[in-house]
Design a protein around this ligand. Structure first.
Ligand code: GLN
Ligand code: ZN
Length: 755
């Protein structure tokens, strides 16, 4: 079968709506303020806008079924009949879907985890031995019908079987999930044949898992699966789509599997190895426009890659490197940016235009897009030479400091001294930083943003809040106190707003999960700290108590992970610039009398590169920049760090290498296993495994916490163990927080009495 090639597309589209219309509609439905029909109407309108936009851009193949009420993996679970048994009792389809996503009074939701190395979280399907796969393509068919009515050349997009299984979770004794691929193949074949009958020319099966190092067995399984899928005659052409990294030598194997086209990421993967590949007339969907960062494409560079492929006789289509799900809709609302800065950027709509331009240039020659090439070149050169990106003095300062700013003293001596000087008891109790963001705090922040109260009034509200949190902690009898972080909207945004080199977008929302959207700051230039950022809050909190108050900062890796980062220098270089700002802040905190400082790095694990070959280099700058940010203080100042949100297995050695005096780490749900891993990695400093899970409103009993502490004491000597919750308390209510901490202190007392 010879596929009909296409020339311009994107791999997927954002779906929250340009002004978060879907978020609002879904949340209103959840709150029973509107009906399922109201929600469906909003969704249909958003889909129509997206499809029309892509059609009008001249795309000859347009992704459909990339819309979702919540998440594409959850949609795939519905498509394949793989929702867990426990939600099957929920009466209607939509409510069952949302119950699987977020639970209801009767059923627990599915888990959520990060989508590869992005900040998007997907719903993790559960597969048990009793899961009976069955095809339900109604969503795809309905969206296909809408596309047809709009006259759009539709290409249905579905998660492929290999990625679906490898990203799901085996439960109830289910063995390795790939073993069940044989059950899925007939369903996918059936789907393909039904789509063919509806006149579909191309189907996109997403297999991003193939860019990770899953090994030869997985690649073989994928090749075999696609041989079977493509063996039928009555099917549309199959595009196997990969993204977030390159395929390397796997590409040739995949091309041999019978697929009609492959989408490859040429932004986060290299185009170099494509030269020797035999495409055998198959379509290469070349992801040359960055789908997950916000920089304007260097059109000349992208076109050179495309022309090179075309000249070798490869059938090429121009595309984004990944779905545009990960970037904001449009640059248009960002009217506050200066023209120079704006000219460096491309959000979703601008990227669509770039794809169209490149496709035109590839087809009609460079002269057909001369103006666009010119404008792109001007923007690239303005960006390269802008003084805000080229502070030589800053670079020199960092290079010099990296040579001289040595290690801290030996950990055991340092920590013993600190604990003695600070009067830290055995099993010291503390928290991770934030206290509940009360209604008063949110109202005050809203009023301040709207200009209804002055900065002084706002700050007074926050100081009152700090005072209340200090008083509460003294009453509770905690040992190392925190100021509670009331002044922070978000642990990255708060710092980005105060550092040079960042800007905030006014409408740059991207989906984080479900109806939750975030507005990541853009790190565009050299990072500098014009003023102290947290000192006044910590100093005020410390003035109210004799107990030590922990200063609270976010580390360089996490600041990078939750921002759009510059792509014109190695990430490690950017990390050290952020690290210098944090280092300056730690010194100022120390000079203001703060003796304990926590630098949070919850994103340490999630930023780990997908490919093993790249992981060591990452860990080197991740650990290096953390140590750089925390080694400017005296040995007598105690450095804490906090890690959460992930399984730490692969980075456990790096956690030990951070060499923080005290590390608090999520552990309650994993029964303290992380402590054995840390021991095995040779970690000898203070450690505070979370003794209860803050992700649920449940108040842990004293007995439960005692059990956790005893488990921890079996793994860690008593003089190294700290007692704290799993994570910050900002999402929790006030009464449950207080009740939980009362029990935490009481449990600690009971265990201390047995020592
Ligand atoms: N200090 C932060 C807090 O307590 C840490 C948050 C986090 O780990 N994500 O909220
Ligand atoms: Zn945390």
């Amino acid at each position: 079968m010879t596929p009909t090639p296409f020339s311009a597309t994107v791999l997927g589209s954002p779906r929250i709506g340009p002004n978060r219309e879907l978020k609002k509609a879904v949340e209103s439905y959840w709150a029973k303020k509107s009906s399922a029909e109201d929600l469906a109407a909003v969704a249909k309108g958003l889909r129509a806008d997206t499809l029309t936009k892509l059609k009008n851009a001249g795309f000859d193949s347009v992704p459909v079924n990339t819309f979702s009420y919540y998440d594409q993996m959850l949609d795939a679970a519905v498509l394949l009949g793989a929702l867990p048994e426990r939600v099957k009792g929920v009466a209607n389809d939509l409510d069952r879907y949302f119950a699987a996503a977020r639970g209801n009074q009767d059923v627990a939701p599915l888990e959520m985890t990060k989508w590869f190395d992005t900040n998007y979280h997907y719903i993790v399907p559960e597969i048990s031995p009793s899961t009976k796969f069955a095809l339900d393509p109604s969503k795809i068919f309905a969206e296909l019908e809408e596309a047809k009515e709009l006259g759009v050349p539709a290409r249905p997009v579905v998660i492929g079987p290999v990625t679906f299984l490898l990203l799901s979770k085996p439960v109830n004794g289910q063995g390795p999930l790939l073993e069940r691929i044989g059950e899925l193949i007939p369903l996918y074949k059936d789907l393909l044949s039904q789509l063919k009958a509806k006149g579909v020319e191309w189907v996109q099966l997403d297999e991003p898992v193939l860019v990770t190092d899953k090994g030869q067995a997985v690649l073989d399984a994928a090749v075999s699966a696609y041989q079977q899928l493509t063996s039928a005659a009555d099917r549309p052409s199959v595009l196997l789509a990969t993204y977030f990294s390159g395929l390397g030598s796997a590409l040739e194997k995949i091309l041999s599997s019978g697929v009609d086209g492959v989408a490859v990421d040429l932004v986060y993967g290299s185009a170099d190895h494509l030269a020797g590949v035999h495409f055998q007339g198959k379509l290469l969907v070349a992801g040359v426009v960055d789908g997950r960062n916000i920089w304007r494409t260097d059109l000349d560079k992208a076109l050179t890659v495309l022309e090179g492929l075309k000249n070798k006789g490869v059938q090429v289509a121009v595309s984004s490197s990944s779905s545009l799900l990960h970037v904001p809709y449009s640059l248009k609302p960002e009217t506050h940016l200066d023209d120079t800065l704006r000219s460096w950027l491309a959000f979703g709509d601008e990227k669509i235009a770039e794809v169209a331009t490149l496709a035109k240039g590839l087809k009609q020659g460079r002269s057909a897009i001369a103006d666009e090439l010119d404008a792109s070149a001007k923007a690239q050169s303005a960006r390269r030479t802008d003084p805000r990106l080229n502070d030589k003095a800053l670079r020199d300062e960092i290079a010099k400091l990296r040579e001289t700013a040595g290690q801290r003293g030996p950990a055991d001596q340092r920590i013993a001294q600190q604990n003695a000087a600070l009067g830290i008891p055995k099993l010291p109790t503390t928290t991770i930083g934030s206290f509940p963001q009360t209604r008063e705090i949110r109202v005050a922040r809203q009023k301040f943003t709207k200009g209804e109260i002055t900065a002084e009034q706002y700050e007074q509200h926050m100081r009152d809040e700090v005072a209340a949190v200090i008083k509460l902690q003294e009453e509770l009898g905690l040992d190392v106190l925190v100021h509670g972080e009331p002044e922070r909207n978000d642990m990255v945004q708060y710092f980005a707003e105060q550092l040079e080199g960042f800007f905030a977008t006014s409408n740059g929302w991207v989906q984080s999960y479900g109806s939750r959207c975030v507005r990541p700051p853009v790190l565009f230039g050299d990072v500098k700290r014009p003023n102290p950022m947290t000192v006044q809050w910590s100093k005020y909190a410390q003035s109210l108590t004799d107990k030590p108050v922990k200063g609270m900062l976010t580390g360089p890796v996490t600041i990078l992970a939750w921002s759009f980062v510059r792509d014109d220098q190695p990430l490690g270089d950017t990390a050290y610039q952020v690290a210098l700002a944090i280092r300056e802040e730690t010194v100022d905190l120390q000079n203001a009398g703060i003796k304990v400082i926590q630098v949070d790095e919850p994103a340490l694990r999630e930023t780990l590169p997908l490919k093993k070959a790249e992981q060591d280099a990452y860990l080197d700058w991740a650990v290096g920049s953390f140590k750089f940010s925390t080694s400017g203080v005296e040995d007598s100042t105690q450095i804490h760090t906090h890690l959460c949100y992930s399984e730490f297995g692969e980075v456990i050695g790096a956690i030990a290498d951070l060499d923080a005096d005290v590390t608090s780490i999520e552990a309650a749900r994993s029964h303290m296993e992380v402590l054995d891993d840390l021991n095995a990695a040779g970690f000898k400093n203070g450690v505070g495994p979370g003794v209860y899970d803050i992700h649920s409103p449940r108040v842990p009993s004293v007995d439960e916490i005692v059990v956790s502490l005893k488990e921890a004491l079996a793994a860690v000597p008593v003089d190294r163990l700290w007692v704290n919750p799993d994570c910050g308390l900002k999402t929790r209510g006030e009464s449950e927080t207080k009740a939980s901490l009362v029990n935490l202190v009481e449990a600690t007392k009971q265990v201390r009495a047995t020592l």
